[in-house]
Design a protein around this ligand. Structure first.
Ligand SMILES: C[S@@+](CC[C@H](N)C(=O)[O-])C[C@H]1O[C@@H](n2cnc3c(N)ncnc32)[C@H](O)[C@@H]1O
Length: 523
């Protein structure tokens, strides 16, 4: 947020509201204020006032989730300062700007004008008052940015790219693509016997099955880009039907807790839930890294929240300078659906991830790499690339790069551990063919319009698979046939002039019947 950006890049995450003020004339000054305030935070990260001020700017810029995140940091700092102030005999006192600590008392203290107990007490009271006022202002600002129903601590948000995001975090680099291709190669290694057992000898033993490439749907424009950042997985050699192409293990997953429903079968802990006693922890983790508190705090959202925390923990462990540069995160593309408004939760999306970051040693005030906007960017990427069952939510590092087709050539199954995916060819494929999975099995046998509607869950635009493209062309052709004029000229637009409907009278839709009934009553 310290980076200036052009006003046309600004896309607020707050859903538009009627009667909203047009802030475009104020945008340039708000942007430079945001940049300045961010730089001040870098220099004085423990000053609650600075976080509160930036929260105000973010509110004006219509980023409610980020305003709530900054206000939360102001609240945390105020709370900890007030706790310190109330500690008896505390030798550390707050500075006038409320938020940094300085030593008081003692003969070698530079600031020993304050030795008089009464002066110190008065200063403490004033400071306490200022902190309490700031706390209520920050809380009030949070409430303004949150939605009131059904849960007071949730807000509404539309996922959008943040305009200050640096170029290297906006697309996938060639180096990253090479790294993923090395992972595809490793995933094929040592599996010749298994594959031979399925289909006899593979023609190019040692050559991986898959390769990741750019321009998965051709060179055409995609979301204003040239298609170079639309990746897809292609067959690196001929693949017979029924070949196990990939076993994709993941460490980035989350699970809901043990179930609690009575009389259920299959779960020794009684009820639908995770049956693994060590989950959500990994065998390699020690007690200081125990994540069960997240599961207990977040209830039915646990799988989702834990999954996000897992990504953050991976980035911390691997000492990546910025989580969005971590190869497991950098490979994931987000979806920004134009019209979809989602809910964010103060606790699940902000407070819990921040506490998890602190548990793993991140200073959430002083480390801008883990700022709130990074948490929301990560969430948008996970949302577009995860799969889930009723108990788990998981991002598989290689599977997440497969595109969807309504006529797929690859099928996938979830392993018993709920974190490994098995991918197998469902028909013979030639080298160079793109490998497609089906994102949603309920699409099978549905008409084009229904498939497109359901696919909006994952895609920003209409499905580009060949089945959809062919069916769309066929529909257009049929529409063209129907609209052709019957006067013999072959070119007049009589069809368009008469009616949009291909029957004599416009059919009655539910909204029309409402009017008909009411008109009938009045007449
Ligand atoms: C799980 S990712 C697949 C890999 C992705 N193409 C990439 O570049 O990282 C899902 C995203 O791929 C794109 N995608 C996948 N299948 C598609 C399809 N049939 N038509 C259009 N876009 C598709 C969409 O942008 C979707 O949000």
């Amino acid at each position: 947020m310290d980076r200036a950006f052009p006003a046309y890049d600004w896309q607020p995450t707050k859903p538009p509201e009627p009667g909203e003020e047009d802030i475009s004339p104020r945008l340039p000054s708000l942007i430079s204020l945001l940049n300045r305030q961010t730089r001040c935070i870098y220099h004085h990260p423990y000053q609650p006032r600075l976080w509160y001020d930036r929260a105000n700017t973010l509110t004006a810029l219509r980023y409610p989730e980020l305003a709530v995140g900054d206000a939360q940091k102001a609240l945390m700092l105020c709370r900890s300062a007030l706790d310190r102030l109330s500690e008896n005999g505390n030798r550390w006192r707050l500075g006038h700007a409320a938020g940094f600590w300085m030593r008081s008392g003692g003969s070698d203290d530079d600031d020993d004008d304050d030795d008089d107990e009464n002066v110190v007490a008065t200063r403490d009271e004033q400071l306490q008052q200022r902190l309490t006022d700031l706390q209520s202002d920050a809380f009030e600002l949070q409430i303004r940015n949150l939605y009131y129903f059904p849960n007071y601590l949730e807000g509404r948000v539309r996922s959008r790219p943040y305009p200050w995001m640096r170029g290297e975090h906006r697309g996938r680099s060639d180096e990253l693509i090479r790294q993923v291709n090395r992972e595809f190669a490793w995933s094929s290694q040592g599996r010749d016997e298994e594959i031979k057992a399925c289909n006899g000898v593979s023609p190019d033993e040692g050559v991986p099955f898959c390769v990741l490439r750019r321009y998965a749907f051709g060179k055409g424009a995609h979301d204003g880009q040239d298609g170079s950042d639309v990746l897809g997985v292609f067959a690196a050699k001929d693949i017979p039907k029924g070949t196990p192409i990939l076993v994709d293990l993941s460490e980035t997953w989350g699970c809901i807790g043990p179930g609690s429903k009575r009389h259920s079968t299959g779960n020794p802990r009684d009820g639908r839930g995770c049956t693994d006693p060590i989950h959500p922890n990994l065998p390699s983790e020690d007690t200081s890294q125990d994540l069960r508190w997240i599961r207990e705090r977040t209830g039915s959202a646990a799988a989702d929240v834990l999954l996000r925390c897992r990504f953050l923990i991976r980035s911390i462990r691997d000492q990546t300078p910025h989580p969005l540069s971590h190869p497991l995160i950098a490979r994931l593309t987000p979806t920004y659906r134009q019209d979809k408004t989602g809910l964010f939760s103060l606790d699940h999306d902000i407070v819990v991830p921040n506490e998890c970051l602190q548990q793993f040693g991140i200073d959430i005030f002083a480390d801008p790499a883990y700022d709130t906007w990074v948490l929301f960017t990560l969430a948008a990427r996970i949302e577009n690339n995860s799969w889930s069952d009723p108990v788990h939510k998981c991002v598989s590092p290689l599977f997440s790069l497969f595109n969807h087709s309504c006529a797929p050539n690859v099928e996938w199954t979830i392993g018993r551990d709920h974190t490994t995916l098995w991918v197998r060819s469902s028909r013979e494929m030639g080298r160079g063919e793109q490998l497609f999975v089906m994102y949603d099995n309920f699409l099978l046998g549905q008409p084009l319009s229904e498939r497109r509607k359901r696919l909006r869950r994952w895609l920003d635009a209409d499905c580009q698979c060949s089945l959809c493209v062919q069916e769309e062309q066929e529909e257009q052709r049929l529409r063209g046939e129907r609209n052709k004029c019957d006067c013999g000229c072959g070119g007049c637009d009589k069809g368009n002039q008469t009616s949009l409907w291909d029957v004599e009278q416009k059919p009655v839709f539910p909204e029309d019947s409402y009017r008909v009934v009411h008109r009938g009553e009045r007449e």
